[in-house]
Design a protein around this ligand. Structure first.
Ligand code: M6R
Length: 366
């Protein structure tokens, strides 16, 4: 039930502090410095000896896979490739010994992801699944896996699944990093503590909804939006753009901020709002440079900044302040204003937020 919320999507956005706790329940025993994930523990050697990981998914799950790539490479030092399931299934992918394939799917029923899973198994890969729906096809057919425990997601636009998938990937990366000794104990303990702080920081971030409603009123009539981020927040810019196009039908593109000058900058004029993820960690100075370039071309800047930010805030037309958190966990916070922005704009445009045209919750046919 939607309860006090106008739409399931809004309810699911607001549920995220709780769903993260559900994802962590029984898995993060911070007092003992332990992360418990059965699917990893019972296959410890496979993960320790992995030469390469390929992550396969579609849509929002593909975006969380890109964040997983960053986390697994950074913390577990295993090379990672991310593939669209629809492409992977029709290629002749190279799967060698000691390669792991991770499939990510909220529904566990996406046709392309199922086909990719079958191909990976046929090629002899060890397949690990990250699913939300218990007992789904993918959950039943992987060699091992971890549920996201986000609860039923009704809105067609995926929100709480995205953050719960990132949380599982973060736990995997930390656990495998610990097994492989690619992360120091100090960093491991620090990141576990940071992880515990996520639900509270999400709650705090959700309070910016009023500010986002004001910004949405100014921009809900535009035809185009650009989203920029760097590093681990580049996939967040892709996800922010996907949310907006899915439910408001506004054309939106996500880009790595550094790529702007290789093309998209030609689009920028006074009619182009640009959402820039400009949090303190992660190439802040570079992002400031990008913001200056947008400003020089009269683009309208909506900057996601950390509390107490000065530089980006001076340049931006609008600022959305969020709490400071480690770079590795920042997508869990930076995505919240982007989900709310997409929701508020679609709502003002009078769109059917929970059931956007032409889309189904799970794409079970090709
Ligand atoms: O159930 P899955 O995670 O496999 O679904 C993948 C995509 O179809 C899904 O994420 C889609 O892109 C959503 N509508 C995004 O909001």
């Amino acid at each position: 039930e939607k309860g006090e919320y106008k739409h399931f999507m809004l309810k699911e956005i607001y549920e995220q502090p709780k769903t993260i706790l559900d994802t962590l329940r029984g898995r993060l025993l911070i007092s003992d410095g332990l992360i418990c994930i059965d699917g990893i523990e019972s296959n410890k050697e496979i993960f320790i000896n992995a030469k390469c990981i390929t992550i396969v998914a579609c849509g929002t799950s593909w975006h969380s896979s890109l964040i997983g790539e960053y986390l697994l490479e950074e913390l577990a030092r295993i090379p990672v490739k991310v593939e669209y399931a629809s492409e992977f299934r029709y290629r002749n992918p190279i799967i060698e010994e000691q390669n792991i394939v991770i499939v990510i799917s909220q529904s566990g029923e996406t046709a392309d992801t199922i086909a990719a899973l079958k191909l990976a198994k046929k090629k002899g890969a060890f397949v690990f699944g990250i699913c939300n729906v218990a007992g789904s096809y993918i959950a039943r057919n992987v060699d091992a896996g971890a549920y996201t425990h986000a609860g039923p997601e009704i809105g067609v636009a995926s929100t709480k699944s995205f953050t719960s998938q990132i949380t599982v990937l973060f736990l995997l990366a930390l656990k495998i990093g610990k097994y492989r000794s690619t992360i120091t104990n100090i960093r491991y303990e620090f990141l576990c503590k940071e992880l515990i702080s996520v639900p509270e920081k999400m709650n705090f971030t959700l309070k910016i909804d009023n500010n986002i409603q004001k910004i949405s009123k100014l921009y809900h009539h535009v035809n185009n939006f650009l989203y920029l981020g760097r590093g681990i927040n580049f996939p967040v810019s892709l996800e922010g753009a996907l949310k907006l196009k899915e439910i408001s039908y506004i054309h939106a593109e996500g880009y790595p901020a550094g790529e702007m000058k290789h093309g998209p900058i030609a689009l920028i004029d006074e009619n182009m709002p640009v959402v820039v993820i400009a949090t303190k960690k992660g190439y802040y100075e570079k992002i400031i440079g990008n913001i200056q370039e947008i400003k020089a071309r009269k683009g309208k800047i909506i900057a996601i900044v950390n509390e107490g930010d000065i530089q980006a805030s001076k340049l931006a037309d609008h600022i959305i302040e969020i709490p400071i958190i480690s770079e590795e966990l920042s997508p869990l916070i930076t995505i919240i204003p982007l989900q709310l922005l997409a929701y508020q704009i679609a709502y003002l445009r009078g769109k059917n937020v929970d059931r956007p045209r032409n889309l189904a919750k799970s794409v079970t046919v090709e």
